[in-house]
Design a protein around this ligand. Structure first.
Ligand code: ZN
Ligand code: ZN
Length: 736
């Protein structure tokens, strides 16, 4: 028997090994299920891999095969559906299966730590009990108290010891000293599934919410994909909570995916308040042991609700009942580096395989999802009304060609800000560009501060007194005079920092807050800014994309969008969709309580059909014409794309490689597949690397997959200039 092992290497294959020596025949079948971890020799190292399958023969000569060192698990580390999902994802996204499997495990499990959750339970030894009876002992009072407590209580876990009620918690240092003296001992016991209970709430559902909850609940126990299309403020979260409670009532687990930025403590807190136990959080920034324990609790069934970002879609959940994908349109569901998967799409696949419903929630669904509704693959559940008193905000366009501006703020916008502040409202000013100014410019000779490593301008950050490149992270001192001609330099254009400065000058009595990646960099800083806004201390909030998601600002009555034009004429086919989503999401922050909201959008193209349609017909009106445009231009969802991206230090080598790859592709492509390019990336040089791509376009999924299967091995065998890297992105979000 040959073991086929997936190892965490960039090679698109499995590796053959012999079973470990000493693995008796009687135990072999039970312990060699696909999905168990196996430790194997690999070169000079030992690696932990995943058993994918077994076979009777190998392409490698038997004598050359090495035996595996040890089988690490009694049972697979993935439930069967997750294992299938990972195998399918590796094939669909054409990514090395070893890296795919590794992406699904926390680092400590990749390294071989036990997959099952056990708790350490502490109890006194005989020596410990003896010590308690020794009156002459000179122990610290806390040690003595802990000894007495354990003697009285019996075995206790670390959590219980740390959380002791009455008399204050004990510290780990006390426990450690007991251990060192041999007075206490820890033993491992299996963890119990969390007892689960839904706390009642005082929320009364609207008729629309009640209908939606009933429709989703009726589909429990089978596959169904629901688009929960609810305007901002329509109470999607309450629907999730009710549906999740119904899904958990009969046991089982629920997976809730949220965008990266939405994983705020408030959201998790809301779940924990309503569900008494068993809520765990999974994301890649979670510290090592926390992430491991969350994973173990999910895999072992102790966790009932798993809230996580993108990679949580791969969590082993043996009794999955329901999947929720909140803000399904969010770009962070697609991984941009390495393994280019879409967690949203994989969630639908997983739901189908597991025969459970999936709920895709959004106020601004992606055009792909809307097309799936049109095709009858997804049902559409509407929440058309805002909950409570809140009304939809009034939207207007401000023609920048007709009005004077002060650092990007038009006269009508400034006037409106003043009026809303006077009326006691709060104001959001949105600009999706951080820093002080996007360029530093010499009026005399036309010199512009450029990044030395990219084909891009440096952004001026005035408070940090730095020029920063937003593409590679390079930074430099701010030059005082033009390096070319010695004249003064001027910051041109606006970023959030400059807008904040301008607003402070125009409205000296209104306190300001700014939310962007610079102000939110420090731990807890974002939370602090949001709290200032919630308490009403900050009257004007300036920010980027960061403030579009999930935050609830009940007193915001005016939203000003400073620059709508960035997305109107961008080369990327998804740019207008993103713009419409951003405008709608930011607009959704206005007038969420009793205050009527107002949204002003500044543009130099007020007659642009996408903008006028968005104003008159809302996001849905926009989506209808955007889909027509996509169909006419053969863009997704009316075609299937894959993008081969490559980068190298030398442009000539890069171009040669992509031309050769394109030629191989055209040789194997049938009439259904178009190989386009090479084309340079928008930022043709970034971090000293030239970047270019080939675009593969087909009408349907099957011919694209057939083509990639034939073509990628040919690309892999091409001679490559030193340092050239390439990757394949199936269903890319951006063609760049
Ligand atoms: Zn100059
Ligand atoms: Zn740069």
């Amino acid at each position: 028997m040959i073991l086929q092992i997936a190892l965490n290497t960039p090679l698109r294959r499995v590796f053959d090994y012999l079973p470990p020596a000493g693995l008796g025949d009687t135990t072999a079948p039970a312990r060699l299920e696909p999905g168990v971890r196996v430790r194997v020799p690999f070169g000079r190292r030992h690696l932990v891999g995943i058993l994918i399958g077994t076979s009777a023969s190998s392409a490698v000569a038997l004598a050359k095969l090495k035996p595996a060192l040890e089988i690490l698990d009694e049972r697979p580390v993935f439930d069967p559906v997750t294992f299938d999902l990972l195998c399918w994802a590796a094939e669909y996204y054409h990514h090395p299966i070893g890296e795919v499997m590794a992406a699904a495990l926390p680092p400590s499990l990749r390294a071989g730590q036990p997959a099952d959750m056990t708790l350490e339970s502490w109890s006194l030894t005989g020596a410990g009990r003896q010590e308690l009876k020794n009156p002459g002992s000179r122990r610290a009072p806390q040690q003595r108290a802990l000894l007495a407590w354990l003697a009285q209580q019996g075995p206790k876990t670390v959590e219980e010891i740390a959380g002791r009620r009455g008399g204050g918690p004990f510290k780990s240092v006390h426990l450690k000293s007991l251990l060192e003296r041999g007075w206490a001992v820890a033993t491992s016991v299996p963890a119990q599934p969390a007892l689960f209970e839904l706390r009642p709430s005082d929320v009364t559902l609207t008729d629309a919410q009640t209908q939606v909850v009933a429709a989703i609940t009726a589909s429990l126990g089978r596959f169904a994909a629901h688009l929960l299309y609810g305007v901002t403020g329509s109470g999607k979260t309450e629907v999730y909570l009710q549906v999740i409670a119904a899904a958990l009532a009969g046991g089982g687990q629920v997976l809730v995916l949220v965008p990266e930025i939405a994983l705020t403590p408030q959201l998790v807190e809301r779940f924990r308040q309503r569900f008494s136990a068993g809520v765990v959080v999974m994301h890649s920034a979670l510290a090592g042991t926390l992430r491991r324990d969350a994973w173990r609790a999910a895999h072992g069934g102790q966790a009932r609700i798993i809230i996580g970002t993108r990679s949580a879609v791969f969590t082993s959940l043996p009794s999955l009942n329901l999947i929720v994908v909140d803000e399904e349109h969010d770009a962070s569901y697609k991984q941009h580096e390495g393994f280019h998967y879409s967690a949203r799409d994989l969630a639908v696949w997983r739901a189908q395989r597991a025969q459970v419903p999936v709920v895709l929630g959004s106020a601004t669904p992606s055009l792909e999802t809307l097309e799936n509704v049109v095709q009858g693959r997804y049902s559409r559940l509407l929440l058309p009304q805002r909950v409570g008193m809140a009304r939809a905000p009034r939207m207007t366009l401000i023609d920048l060609r007709k009005h004077a501006t002060d650092q990007g703020l038009s006269q009508p916008a400034m006037q409106a800000i003043g009026q809303h502040l006077e009326a006691g409202g709060q104001v959001i000013v949105f600009l999706n560009r951080r820093g002080y100014a996007p360029s530093l410019f010499c009026n005399a000779c036309g010199w512009i501060a450029l990044c030395a490593h990219c084909d891009a301008r440096m952004t001026l950050h005035r408070r940090a007194a730095q020029l920063r490149c937003h593409h590679c992270g390079a930074h430099a001192k701010v030059p005082v005079i033009c390096g070319n001609c010695g004249q003064a330099l001027y910051p041109v254009g606006q970023g959030t920092e400059r807008v904040e400065e301008t607003l402070a000058r125009l409205f000296p009595n209104a306190s300001l807050a700014r939310l962007d990646r610079d102000t939110a960099a420090a731990h807890g800083a974002m939370q602090a800014v949001l709290e200032r806004v919630h308490r009403g201390e900050a009257r004007i909030l300036v920010g980027t994309q960061m403030l579009t998601k999930g935050h609830h600002f009940p007193d915001v009555s005016l939203v000003v969008i400073l620059d709508a034009d960035q997305g109107l004429f961008a080369s990327d086919f998804r740019a207008t969709e993103r713009l419409a989503q951003t405008i709608t999401q930011v607009a959704g922050r206005a007038g969420r309580a009793a205050r009527p909201g107002e949204v002003m959008i500044q543009t130099s193209f007020p007659e642009h059909p996408l903008l006028t349609r968005l104003i008159s017909g809302g996001y849905e009106g926009f989506a209808a014409i955007a889909l027509e445009e996509r169909r006419a231009a053969h863009w997704p969802p009316y075609s299937r794309l894959a993008l081969l991206r490559a980068e190298a230090r030398e442009n000539a080598g890069l171009d040669g490689f992509l031309r050769a790859a394109a030629a191989r592709g055209r040789a194997v492509a049938d009439g259904a597949v178009a190989v386009l390019g090479p084309a340079a990336a928008l930022i043709a040089r970034r971090a000293d690397h030239f970047r270019a791509h080939l675009l593969i376009e087909t009408a349907a999924r099957a011919p694209l997959q057939r083509f990639l299967k034939q073509w990628l091995p040919l690309v892999e065998s091409l001679p490559r200039p030193v340092g050239l890297r390439w990757s394949i992105d199936v269903d890319p979000l951006e063609v760049d």
